[in-house]
Design a protein around this ligand. Structure first.
Ligand SMILES: Nc1nc2c(ncn2[C@@H]2O[C@H](COP(=O)(O)OP(=O)(O)OP(=O)(O)O)[C@@H](O)[C@H]2O)c(=O)[nH]1
Length: 866
């Protein structure tokens, strides 16, 4: 249509058909690129983050309802939500997987003439890709991998509980990815809700200035009726018991008749908002002066623009705060407007960093592609063109769908992925094919022809791609099996650090016949969730599945047995101890010589093992030898040092990288089982020497290389254990506990006397979390404006409210390190010590050697004995 129109318009002006066609193509492509720019500008990739139970799923359900995506309001409590669709989520009423869902806000009507320059962004429909993340600490990794691909986040706070421990943690993580955030204070309908204290905690615990844009509007008897729009100077009253679509709007003069006190408070809030913005945004000062220093005369458009500038500052100092109660359908539409008005489009986000091979390249994606293009331009122009159009994406989630099979969720960072495209997985160096492309609407999928830069979409049917892998489009001229041009082969988007697993279960197929299916299910589970690990103990034949927390493994177990129908016995959840050697082994020479699948295969190597950080008797200077040393970091602080022939001395089927990779696989298999107690090895240095005259043979295969490395390391570990006993190491957690002041003594005593914990710091009086590093705290809590609450001790509004300060002071924060074993079931105990008010978060701090007495107790409890 566009093309025909252009033809008619341009025919008299052109002088030749070729020129004509080029001109049209240019015009069409300019128009297409304008459309693409507008589409990108009108896209928001956002996440919802919060502490468990703050109301993320309930709020998401409202968003879907108001956007027209769903026609009914889902309820977490009766298991009818759209985003929590896994059976385990519905049964437990919690979010486990991040769900990605796309909708339009404001609802799209199909026809949208361009808006005038001064209308807010939220006047035009935007495509919102929303990810509802889990709040439970065991799923932190799930949150992290979602944050990695988001451009902005809505942080939901529970108006009764305030800023909770998990919120602080996720807030800091979002800050580390420089993700702009806005806050929604939810559950303000509940008894005991306090907007004022929650807002103060945003300053004291999250170290960011709260800019109140929406405030609760309570009736005289303390019932939440609606919200005050501080930017638009309006009161929004929601029909009681309604679905939230019936909203009565009152301007200031109407408010003065309706609820004069609230009108006065709304004016105060506007003054405080303009004052705060003026401190962080020079343009707001200009508006203020232009408005003759009248805070109320500044236009809402100017305020929204200022809030947006502050939200997008590289280190966010000001956060816009909105109020409501999702469950009562109050305050969600203004929050949606804020998502569009304040959070960035993909084009406003920094270019992602990339690494080349295992190391960071120090370049962003665009810089990297530009660099390879300029190199290629000098040699081969066609290559330059291919690289310019390279589409790259990060696979941030893999899941298996009952109807669509394995789905890989991707965030596209450059170019456009189209249907039927040949792809290259640069992390695994394997080709893939995108036969179909989908856009997900929670559990439903719609076919699309392309997924363009800045978008989130789904590629079904990929064979190998896992969460965290980088995918790249293949130029049509290249044989897909050979991979992309050399300069691009190694390009990877930064992946996500996976912390070490601390719990495990054994998985045993019910019968030999089930083994293959169980293995396939475990493989799928690992593709979905890289924070799970599977190790196969070659000697006992047992498979161990390990993860980050008890709930994490419980859910993995349910998924394996109930959803994927793996017929296997799953053992009890146990702590993942590690084993370490205390003596250096001698050098062990191993020659592997076996028939594999009817073919004889032979390889050899020499191995010695010692404790990491202890000088080895077998360290030798390679200056005069023809060998090369390569050092490889392995999980669990193990280190592999391989001494191998230089590339020129290696057979052609064994290039250095391949040789190292197969040696590494063999060594990892041996390290999975300690020699005395069968726990994975920790802090072990392995020196493996491979001589081309004595260890490589004409029939040396890759599997023989792995096997000889595994056997030699296992023997060396046993030899070391014969010289001196191995020691167990246990996970020690870094724990942050929040408790009321009056319970502080009891909790600290319990930690140090009963649980072997060591308290690292207690916050100073009146300070909360950020006080641990007071130097980094920039927010002066006394200067934060808060409107009055109908409940609780604070009734007076204003800044520096002494009552609120006293309330803040009542909660103290303890930072400690405690062995994980002592933290099992701790939440229940903490609740009993603190009248139900204590909360905590924990992460793995380190693995620590256990004393003989402690080790004995642990082994006895496991029925193993020393
Ligand atoms: N009174 C009241 N209850 C609410 C409100 N919002 C959510 N709830 C309730 O709070 C509980 C938790 O809500 P969810 O939406 O599941 O919270 P979540 O943050 O998604 O929880 P996780 O996914 O498990 O982290 C449910 O019982 C909701 O009905 C609200 O505004 N007011």
């Amino acid at each position: 249509m566009i093309l025909r129109w252009l033809c008619r318009q341009r025919r008299p002006l052109i002088d030749g058909y070729g020129h004509h066609r080029r001109q049209i193509a240019r015009d069409v492509s300019t128009k297409a690129s304008d459309e693409a720019t507008i589409a990108l500008d009108r896209t928001r990739n956002i996440g919802i983050i919060a502490h468990i139970d703050a109301g993320k799923t309930t709020t998401t359900e409202r968003m879907l309802y108001y956007s027209g995506f769903s026609r009914r309001l889902g309820d977490v409590d009766d298991g009818s939500t759209i985003t929590d669709f896994l059976p385990a989520e519905r049964a437990r009423g919690i979010t486990i997987q991040s769900a990605a869902i796309t909708f339009s806000w404001p609802p799209s009507t199909g026809k949208h003439p361009p808006s005038a320059a001064d209308t807010p962004r939220s006047a035009d429909p935007h495509t919102i890709n929303l990810i509802d993340t889990p709040g439970h600490a065991d799923f932190t990794f799930e949150v992290l991998r979602s944050l990695r691909v988001l451009d902005g986040a809505v942080c939901i706070l529970d108006g009764v509980a305030g800023v909770e421990a998990q919120t602080e943690k996720v807030w800091i993580q979002a800050g580390a990815y420089a993700i702009p955030r806005i806050v929604f204070v939810n559950k303000l309908d509940r008894d005991g809700a306090t907007f004022a204290r929650t807002v103060q905690e945003i300053g004291s615990k999250l170290n960011v200035w709260p800019a109140i844009c929406g405030m609760p509007w309570w009736s005289g008897d303390g019932k939440l009726m609606g919200v005050g729009d501080v930017v638009g100077l309006r009161g929004l009253q929601y029909a009681e018991g309604g679905d939230g679509k019936d909203v009565q709007t009152s301007n200031l003069s109407a408010l003065d008749d309706l609820d004069a006190k609230f009108g006065t408070e709304l004016r105060k809030a506007r003054v405080a908002l303009v004052e705060l913005l003026s401190e962080h945004d020079d343009e707001m000062v200009e508006h203020y002066l232009e408005a003759n220093e009248d805070h109320l005369a500044i236009s809402p458009g100017a305020i929204i623009a200022s809030l947006r500038r502050c939200t997008l500052q590289s280190s966010q100092q000001v956060v816009s705060v909105f109020a409501g109660a999702s469950f009562r359908n109050i305050g969600v539409q203004p929050l949606l407007d804020a998502v569009v008005d304040l959070l960035p489009s993909p084009s406003e986000r920094p270019d992602p960093d990339v690494k080349s091979g295992p190391a960071s390249s120090g370049l962003t994606l665009t810089q990297y592609l530009d660099k390879t293009v300029s190199v290629a331009k000098t040699s081969k122009p066609s290559l330059a063109l291919q690289q310019m159009s390279t589409a790259t994406a990060l696979a941030f989630k893999v899941t298996s769908h009952p109807r669509h099979g394995v789905l890989v969720y991707v965030r596209v960072y450059s170019g456009t992925f189209t249907r039927n495209m040949h792809l290259w997985n640069t992390t695994l160096s394997v080709p893939e094919r995108a036969q179909k492309l989908l856009r997900m609407f929670a559990d439903d999928a719609v076919d699309v022809d392309e997924i363009s830069s800045g978008s989130i979409g789904v590629i079904p049917g990929l064979k190998a791609t896992r969460t965290g892998d980088t995918l790249m489009s293949m130029p049509p001229s290249v044989n897909p099996k050979n991979g992309p041009p050399e300069q691009l082969r190694d390009l990877q988007l930064q992946s996500i650090h996976v912390p070490p697993p601390v719990f495990f279960v054994s998985v045993e197929p019910n019968s030999l016949a089930e083994e293959r299916h169980v293995r396939a299910c475990l493989e799928l589970l690992l593709r979905e969730d890289p924070s799970l690990h599977v190790t196969l103990d070659e000697e006992s034949g047992q498979t161990h599945l390990s993860g980050m927390g008890e709930l994490h493994l419980e859910i993995a177990r349910d998924r394996l047995v109930q959803d994927l129908k793996a017929k296997a016995r799953i053992g009890d959840i146990e702590i993942g101890y590690r084993e370490t050697i205390t003596a250096e082994s001698e050098e062990i020479e191993e020659i592997y010589d076996r028939d594999v699948a009817g073919k004889s295969s032979r390889a050899g190597c020499i191995v010695s093992v010692c404790q990491l950080g202890v000088a080895s008797a077998y360290d030798r200077d390679l200056a005069d030898s023809d060998q090369e040393r390569h050092t490889l970091d392995l999980p669990d602080d193990n280190l592999l040092c391989v001494i191998i022939p230089p590339p020129s001395a290696l057979p052609t089927n064994l290039p250095t990288q391949t040789l190292k990779s197969y040696l590494r696989t063999g060594v990892l298999a041996a390290l999975a089982r300690g020699p005395a107690h069968g726990f994975p090895m920790h802090s072990t240095k392995i020196t493996l020497t491979l001589d081309h005259t004595t260890h490589l043979f004409p029939n040396t295969s890759l599997s023989a290389i792995s096997s000889v490395a595994r056997l030699a390391v296992a023997t060396a570990l046993r030899e070391s254990a014969k010289i001196q006993d191995t020691v167990l190491m246990e996970p020690v957690m870094s724990v942050r506990i929040s408790v009321p002041e009056e319970n502080l003594g009891a909790v600290v005593h319990d930690l140090s006397a009963q649980r072997g914990g060591s308290v690292a710091s207690l916050d100073a009086d009146g300070e909360t979390s950020y006080s641990a590093d007071a130097a980094t705290r920039t927010v002066d809590v006394k200067r934060i404006y808060t409107p009055p609450d109908p409940f609780g001790s604070s009734t007076a509004s204003g800044t520096g409210d002494a009552v609120l300060e006293a309330e803040n002071r009542a909660i103290r924060v303890i930072d400690a390190t405690v062995p994980l074993r002592e933290m099992i079931g701790y939440l229940k105990h903490l609740r009993s010590l603190s009248g139900g008010r204590g909360t905590f978060t924990m992460d793995v701090d380190r693995f620590e050697k256990m004393s003989g007495v402690r080790m004995k107790a642990v082994l006895e409890a496991m029925g193993r004995g020393m």
